[in-house]
Design a binder for this molecule. Structure first.
Ligand code: DGJ
Length: 697
C-alpha cells in the first residue's frame, strides 16, 4: 500500500510528511519544491543501521523521549514527580492545500497534542502546537516545542544575533555544530539580540542565492533555540518558550498552547527568507482601520530634553518639529507624577503637578492644533518603589519573599499574571486615552526580569495590550525595551512600530537595521535622525548621512531642531519632504539587502519594476575607483532607468563628491545591473547614495 503523505508546497519549497497509521507523521522533506507526485516512501529509501533498536524510530513531528527516540524531544512532562514516557499511537492527520492538522494522543498518559502547519501567503510556514491533559491527574509541563524541523546534511552555517543595550543585533555566523548549538534567552524579554530566530544556510548560500531556512518564534519571553546534530548525519532545529519549573500545571481537561513559530524555506538565499518573514508579519500586524496608512514622520522628545520639560518647552519643541514637517509628536519619559529623574514615579500614570499643573490635555490640544498627532510614552509593566502605587501595593511587584527586591534603573516589575494588576493598568491607561487626544503610545520596558515572571508574565502583557487595542483600536503602539530589547513576532499583533535601538549613531545603525529586518519589515522599524555627536557613541556624523540611514525604516527625529545650524535645519526639512515623497515605495514592499566591494552595503526597497536603492559606504573606501554594484533582484526587469537622487553625507572636504557623470538618468538592462553592475559615484566614508530605479514596461 503506498504511504500516506501530507505535504505543503509553496513556489519555492515543499514540506513533506509521511503518515504511518499509529505514530506521529515522519519528516520526509523540508527544502526546495518537489513534484508532489514523485515522492518515494521512507521504506524505499531508508537504509538499515547497525546497533540500532529493532523498532525503527525516525524523526517525526512529535518525537518523544524514552522509548526509542534518542534525539531532542518535543515535550517533557511529569505526573506526581514521575517523568512521563509518551507514545502517541492514536493519530489523525488532515491535509488540505494550505494546512496540515495533526491530532496525536497517548491513551496511557492521557496527553493529547494538536499540531498545525499552515502555508501562509508569501510562502512562510506557521507552526502551532497545543497540548491537552485528558488524564484524571494534574500534569506538570516542563517543555513543549513550538516547532522541530530537520535541517539537511548540506547545511553549512548558522546565522544568529546577540546584543546589549545600545549595541543590538550583532550578527554571528557559525559553522554547523558537531554536537549542539543553543541560544537560550533567560532575561524574561526577548532581549537586545533581537527576535528569537536564526537562519541556517547551505554551503554557498548568500543574500541572493542558495538555500536559507529562517525560523523565528513569536514570543517575547524566555525561549530556547537549538540546533542538534542527529547521529544519522542531519540536524534538528527546535524552538520553544522556556517555562519556569512548576509554573505550568494542567488540571484534567486543561490545555497549554505553545507560541507560534514561523519558518521560511528559501531557495533565493537570505533575501528570499526575509521576504517570507515580512509577508508573514504583515499578515500578523493589526493596523487601525485594517490598513497601514503612510508612516508619519515623528519627533520623539527623549534625546531633545530627557526628563527636563514642561508645557511651554514641549510646545516650543513641537512647533519647531511641525515647521520642518514632522507629523507626530511623542512626549517621552518624564511627564508623570514625581518623575524628575529615573528614580521615581513609574506606576503613577497621572500628569506631574509641578511640570504639568494643567494636566496633559491642554498640551495635547496645542500639539494637535499644530496639525500633529500626539503620542505619549508609558512603561506600564514597571513600578518604582518610590511611587504611590508601590506604597499602596508593594505585593504587586514580582518579588521573592524574604529577599531584597532586585532593582534595575531603580525599578521593579509588576506581576502581570495578577488580574488586579492588569485591571489597574487597563483602567489607568484607558482613562488617559479617553481624557486626552492620544493617538500613539510608546510602550517601554526598561529592565530584565529578576525574579522571573515566567510564561504567565508574557501572556499577561499580551492580554493587557489586546484589551487596550480592542477598546482603542485607532491608537497605534510602539514597542520598546531600552531600545530594541523586545522586538519580536510575539508583540507584532499588538504594536505598529518597534524602537530599534537607543543607539542612533548612523554607522552603528546600519548593521542593527539589517539584523532587525531579517524578521521584521521596515515599516515597523523606528529609525530616527539623532543629534551629532551621537548621545550613545559620542561620534559625529553629517546630517545627510544620519537622515539617509533613517530613511530605510519608519523615519523620525530624536533631536531639538532649534539646535541645528540654519543649513542643517534646511537640509533636515528637505530630507523630511524627501521621505514623504518616497515612503510608499519604502514600506509594505519588498526589500533586498546585499554587499558591494570595499565595505559597501546596500539595501533596495520597492519592486523590481520600481525601487529606491541605498548604497551605503560606512567606512573609507580603499579602491581607486568604486566597483560596479550588482543588483540581482532586477535581473529580469528589462530596460531600467536609474537616477541618482541624492547623496547623504560626504558633502564637505576635498575629494570629488558628485561628478557630472552621475547627473543621469541612465538606462541599463536589468541583466547588466544584475551581472555587471551599476556604476557608482565615489563615496566618502559615512555616506549613502540613493538611486531611483524604474523599469520601462
Ligand atoms: C528607553 C527608551 O529606549 C528610550 O527611547 C526612552 O524612551 C527611555 N527609555 C525613557 O526612559
Amino acid at each position: 500500500m503506498p504511504a500516506l503523505l501530507a505535504s505543503l508546497h509553496s513556489d519555492q519549497a515543499s514540506l513533506v510528511l509521511e503518515c504511518p497509521p499509529n505514530a506521529p507523521p515522519l519528516w520526509r522533506h523540508v527544502g526546495a519544491r518537489l513534484e508532489p507526485s514523485g515522492i518515494p516512501t521512507l521504506a524505499e529509501t531508508r537504509t538499515p543501521a547497525s546497533f540500532s533498536l529493532d523498532q525503527d524510530t525516525p524523526f517525526s513531528t512529535a518525537p518523544a523521549a524514552g522509548l526509542g527516540w534518542f534525539g531532542p524531544a518535543c515535550l517533557a512532562a511529569r505526573q506526581e514527580g514521575r517523568n512521563l514516557l509518551v507514545v502517541f499511537d492514536q493519530v489523525g492527520v488532515q491535509s488540505e492545500a494550505n494546512r496540515i492538522a495533526i491530532h496525536l494522543s497517548d491513551p496511557q498518559t492521557g496527553i493529547e497534542l494538536h499540531q498545525t502547519i499552515d502555508l501562509l501567503a508569501g510562502g512562510a510556514f506557521r507552526f502551532g502546537s497545543r497540548l491537552t491533559n485528558t488524564s484524571s491527574e494534574t500534569l506538570e509541563l516542563e517543555w513543549l516545542a513550538s516547532a522541530m524541523i530537520p535541517l539537511a546534511a548540506s547545511s553549512a552555517a548558522i546565522v544568529s544575533w546577540h546584543g546589549r543595550h545600545n549595541a543590538e543585533l550583532n550578527e554571528a555566523v557559525e559553522p554547523m555544530p558537531v554536537h549542539a548549538w543553543t541560544r537560550e534567552i533567560r532575561r524574561g524579554i526577548s532581549g537586545h539580540g533581537g527576535a528569537p530566530g536564526l537562519i541556517v544556510l547551505d554551503a554557498g548560500a548568500n543574500h541572493h542565492n542558495g538555500m536559507a531556512n529562517a525560523l523565528q518564534l513569536a514570543w517575547s519571553g524566555n525561549s530556547r533555540l537549538s540546533v542538534e546534530r542527529d547521529d544519522e548525519g542531519f540536524w534538528i532545529v527546535s524552538v520553544g518558550a522556556v517555562l519556569e519549573p512548576g509554573e505550568v500545571k494542567l488540571a484534567p481537561g486543561e490545555s497549554f498552547a505553545a507560541p507560534e513559530a514561523f519558518l521560511a524555506v528559501s531557495t533565493h538565499g537570505r533575501n528570499g527568507a526575509m521576504a517570507q518573514h515580512h509577508a508573514a508579519m504583515r499578515q500578523r500586524l493589526v493596523w487601525p482601520g485594517g490598513q497601514m496608512r503612510p508612516r508619519p514622520v515623528h519627533l520623539n522628545s527623549w534625546e531633545a530634553c530627557y526628563f527636563d520639560h514642561d508645557e511651554e518647552r514641549i510646545v516650543a519643541l513641537a512647533e519647531a518639529a511641525a515647521t520642518i514637517g514632522a507629523e507626530r509628536f511623542v512626549l517621552d519619559d518624564g511627564w508623570f507624577k514625581g518623575r524628575k529623574d529615573d528614580a521615581a514615579g513609574l506606576g503613577d500614570w497621572t500628569a506631574d503637578p509641578i511640570k504639568y499643573p494643567r494636566g496633559l490635555r491642554p498640551l495635547a490640544d496645542r500639539i494637535c492644533a499644530l496639525g500633529m498627532e500626539f503620542g505619549l510614552w508609558v512603561e506600564p509593566e514597571m513600578i518604582n518603589p518610590d511611587s504611590d502605587l508601590y506604597r499602596a501595593h508593594p505585593e504587586w511587584a514580582l518579588h521573592s519573599p524574604g529577599r531584597q527586591p532586585v532593582t534595575a534603573r531603580n525599578q521593579l516589575v509588576l506581576d502581570l499574571s495578577r488580574t488586579e494588576v492588569r485591571d489597574y493598568l487597563y483602567e489607568t491607561l484607558d482613562a488617559l486615552l479617553r481624557d486626552i487626544p492620544i493617538s500613539y503610545l510608546k510602550w517601554d520596558h526598561n529592565r530584565d526580569l529578576a525574579p522571573p515572571g515566567g510564561h504567565a508574565q508574557v501572556l499577561g502583557t499580551y492580554e493587557l495590550l489586546a484589551r487596550l487595542r480592542t477598546a482603542h483600536p485607532a491608537v497605534e503602539i510602539e514597542g520598546c525595551a531600552g531600545g530594541g530589547g523586545r522586538s519580536d513576532a510575539g508583540l507584532v499583533p499588538y504594536v505598529h512600530r518597534f524602537w530599534t535601538s537607543d543607539n542612533i549613531d548612523a554607522v552603528s545603525r546600519v548593521p542593527i537595521q539589517r539584523g532587525f529586518q531579517a524578521f521584521l519589515p521596515p515599516e515597523v522599524m523606528g529609525a530616527h535622525v539623532g543629534a551629532s555627536p551621537s548621545h550613545a557613541t559620542g561620534r559625529s556624523q553629517s546630517l545627510g548621512f544620519r537622515a539617509a540611514v533613517a530613511m530605510m525604516g519608519h523615519f523620525g527625529l530624536e533631536l531639538d531642531p532649534r539646535q541645528l545650524d540654519p543649513a542643517d535645519s534646511a537640509e533636515l526639512a528637505e530630507w523630511i519632504a524627501f521621505y514623504k515623497r518616497w515612503r510608499n515605495l519604502l514600506h509594505q514592499q519588498s526589500i533586498w539587502l546585499g554587499d558591494g566591494a570595499d565595505g559597501l552595503l546596500w539595501q533596495a526597497a520597492g519592486t523590481p519594476q520600481e525601487f529606491l536603492l541605498f548604497a551605503i559606504q560606512p567606512g573609507p573606501a580603499r579602491n581607486r575607483r568604486p566597483q560596479p554594484l550588482r543588483l540581482p533582484f532586477v535581473k529580469a526587469a528589462g530596460a531600467c532607468t536609474i537616477e541618482l537622487l541624492r547623496i547623504g553625507g560626504g558633502a564637505k572636504g576635498h575629494a570629488a563628491h558628485r561628478p557630472p557623470l552621475y547627473d543621469g538618468p541612465y538606462t541599463y538592462d536589468g541583466s547588466w545591473l544584475a551581472h555587471a553592475g551599476l556604476p557608482l559615484p565615489p563615496l566618502k566614508a559615512e555616506s549613502v547614495a540613493i538611486f531611483h530605479g524604474k523599469a520601462a514596461a
